[in-house]
Ligand binder design. Structure first.
Ligand code: ASP
Length: 345
């Protein structure tokens, strides 16, 4: 009896609580803690490297019309993906050591929904396949053949992504076959590829893009052909949610470029967002993540580059790199600019 009485009492209390909850919701009250101010009506898009400028313009077409940040970032990164001159993303990307162009990409929206593909071949717009994974499957990541099958089932066409220029570089590389994935440092990348011109190294990388739309919602995208002449099957940070890309619509978003293995080790983009949650500005959060990588391996700076970009819910942006030479492009209602990113070295 006493058990039954307790049960009835509990049931009554629960019903009263639920009813109260309903009333509260009906009055539009929220139980959430106070979130950072969102800058509405002032969309912003930022992306890695100088080539982010053209990509930002394509994203801006969506944002300026009041479109979703998710559509903006997909539209934006499709520009370098389709550019055969860009040898680190999509069509024209440098192949792996076996001469195969394999792509990694990820996308994440304001509802923390996300999708990714890794080691995808013969499809130019890896980012759109990542979006398919997010929207049309119960999964977060598909790799290789499975990712290709999803693309083909959804009307994507197979294409040869290996351009003459990238094939020539690969054949040149094969002569020594020196597996030394140096990247984006003054002169060293160009030293590894005979025939490439000094200064080219500035354009070898991933595109990571982050946007806030007029509704104040955040999304991000990241797409790359990864390290030039990597081992076949190698996957970097770009398709790994939390490493190459992370979005938390309450706080901000971050993306990375550079040596993916090092970014994965500290779950870089997620770390940057968590540091912003603790109150750091986007630049300071990116700097702390770079310092973390450097702290774990102080010799690191000699061998590779790492760069993070970030935005927060106030529409503030920032970036930080391990070495000199990293740039990021910004477009908003207030500015259109390519920034030289501050660096540790
Ligand atoms: N982060 C990419 C990767 O490791 C490449 C890059 O940004 O250079 O695959």
């Amino acid at each position: 009896m006493s058990d039954r009485r307790s049960f009835l009492k509990f049931s009554l209390l629960t019903s009263a609580f639920l009813a109260g909850g309903k009333t509260l919701l009906a009055q539009g009250q929220k139980s959430q803690t106070k979130l950072p101010t969102t800058v509405k009506d002032n969309p912003i898009v930022i992306s890695t490297w100088d080539f982010g400028k053209q990509a930002n313009e394509a994203a801006w077409e969506v944002l300026n019309k009041g479109g979703r940040a998710l559509d903006a970032v997909e539209n934006g990164v499709k520009v370098p993906e389709a550019d055969p001159e860009n040898q680190t993303v999509g069509l024209g990307g440098r192949p792996d050591r076996d001469g195969r162009v394999t792509l990694d990409a990820s996308i994440m929206d304001e509802n923390s929904r996300c999708g990714a593909v890794a080691c995808l071949e013969n499809i130019v717009h890896a980012i759109s396949v990542a979006r398919l994974v997010m929207e049309k499957t119960p999964h977060v990541m598909l790799v290789g053949e499975g990712a290709l099958q999803l693309a083909l089932d959804n009307g994507f066409k197979k294409e040869n992504l290996l351009t003459e220029k990238s094939e020539l570089e690969w054949k040149e590389w094969l002569k020594e076959s020196k597996y030394q994935p140096l990247m984006n440092q003054e002169n060293n990348y160009h030293r590894t590829i005979k025939g490439s011109t000094p200064g080219d190294e500035k354009n070898h990388d991933t595109i990571g893009m982050l946007a806030m739309d007029k509704a104040g919602n955040l999304s991000g995208a990241c797409t790359t052909s990864g390290l030039a002449f990597k081992m076949h099957g190698r996957v970097g940070d770009s398709p790994i949610i939390g490493a190459g890309l992370y979005v938390d619509n309450e706080i901000g978003a971050a993306a990375s470029t550079g040596m993916g293995e090092e970014v994965v080790k500290i779950v870089g983009a997620h770390l940057v967002v968590e540091l912003m949650r603790q109150g750091l500005s986007p630049e300071k959060a990116c700097k702390a993540a770079v310092e973390r990588i450097n702290h774990k391996n102080p010799e690191a700076y000699k061998n590779f580059q790492i760069g993070f970009i970030a935005i927060n819910k106030k529409g503030e942006h920032g970036a930080f790199a391990l070495q000199k030479g990293f740039t990021y492009a910004v477009k908003s209602g207030k500015e259109e600019k390519i920034y030289n990113t501050p660096s540790l070295y």
